[in-house]
Design a protein around this ligand. Structure first.
Ligand code: FE2
Length: 364
């Protein structure tokens, strides 16, 4: 598989969010989600138009960026979409090659391969357009010795205690009705990904609404990108609600791995994170459905953690409520025990819960 991988990807490098107030967002990701602020740029570092904070936990790196003036791409992005994911950073060994391959296959170039330098060395980046206003950013770190990237100064903040988030597991995009296939083929054509699996509206439907999903993964299987599109239903689907409030396609959720989901969820709950809650009836036949697992069923029920099993093993997962006022971006916490799936067995229960929330917002 790796032999004909024309765009080898080492893994997720970072996710950059455009937000209304990066300073306050950094505080939230630190105090609530357990990320440590490691670097920043802004007025103090000679950057006049924006401020960015780099937050780290395990291998997960988030960059939170705000504009410092109104007539700015970042400010316009926030006005249109609200807070959300702007860039998905992927680490590659050779940005020039990645950009050349992507361009020759029809990628729309936002920023050609470019080197950025300081006394700690250089990193190279290149950016291509993805769905809506979202972009993919290729990052070649080479032997760069500084914190994150040239222009950033390291922060000596203590940060709150980690909640155990270890790595990004997958990143999900919502696209417009009828566009899932286009984007699945885009991943194949531009990035050399292949389709791992797909879910039809039969798998993912409730009495009211439905969605379809295709999961794309890169050659090494390290990066997984499910793509959702709304399907026809009696009422408005959760994907439509997202598309309405995000004003178009964009990242719906970022899933992060933990080695101990009960500990992570308990910690997040203590820090006032609200999770999507499935009805207690979900737990009534759970033990029969998933068989023996290492965790205690009572504890899972208490925390609202979901379980699914497939031929390779099982997984535990839970979803936060949206992390901004618009019902757009949210997070998933996932613990895998062999399963490489996405919890298809939980979809129905989850979507009934999601619709209940949607209804409360007056959007069903
Ligand atoms: Fe997910």
């Amino acid at each position: 598989m790796s032999q004909d991988d024309f765009l080898p990807i080492r893994g997720y490098d970072h996710v950059e969010f455009f937000v209304g107030n990066a300073k306050q967002a950094a505080h939230f990701y630190d105090r609530v989600f357990g990320f440590k602020p490691i670097a920043k740029l802004g007025l103090e570092t000679g950057v006049r138009d924006r401020a960015s904070y780099v937050m780290e936990q395990g291998k997960v790196r988030f960059v939170l960026t705000s504009a410092l003036c109104p007539d700015h791409e970042i400010a316009r992005h926030c006005a249109l979409h609200g807070d959300g994911v702007k860039a998905i950073g992927l680490e590659v060994g050779d940005v020039e090659s990645a950009m050349r391959e992507a361009k020759s296959r029809g990628a729309s170039i936002v920023q050609p391969a470019e080197a950025f330098e300081d006394e700690n060395g250089a990193i190279k980046t290149g950016i291509i357009r993805y769905a809506g206003d979202t972009v993919f950013k290729f990052v070649e770190r080479g032997n760069y010795r500084g914190t994150f990237a040239p222009g950033y100064v390291p922060l000596d903040a203590k940060g709150s205690e980690s909640v155990g988030l270890a790595a990004i597991d997958h990143i999900v995009t919502n696209v417009d009705l009828g566009e899932m296939d286009y984007w699945a083929r885009w991943y194949e054509r531009i990035l050399g990904f292949s389709q791992l699996t797909h879910f039809t509206d039969e798998d993912i439907s409730t009495e009211y609404s439905a969605l379809m999903s295709k999961v794309m993964e890169n050659g090494s299987g390290k990066c997984k990108f499910p793509i959702n599109e709304p399907a026809e239903g009696r009422k408005k689907s959760q994907i439509d609600e997202y598309l309405d409030f995000y004003q178009g396609p964009g990242v719906q959720h970022v899933a992060m791995n933990t080695a101990d989901i009960c500990k992570t969820v308990r910690e997040l709950r203590d820090r006032d994170i609200d999770f999507l809650r499935v009805p207690d009836t979900y737990y009534e036949e759970l033990a029969e459905r998933v068989g023996p697992i290492d965790e205690d069923f009572d504890e899972l029920r208490d925390l609202g953690v979901l379980v699914d099993r497939d031929e390779d093993g099982y997984l535990l997962q839970i979803f936060t409520q949206p992390v901004q006022d618009r019902p757009t971006l949210f997070f998933e916490v996932i613990e895998r025990h062999g399963s490489r799936g996405f919890g298809v067995g939980n979809f129905k229960a989850l979507f009934v819960s999601l619709e209940r929330e949607q209804d409360r917002r007056g959007n069903l």
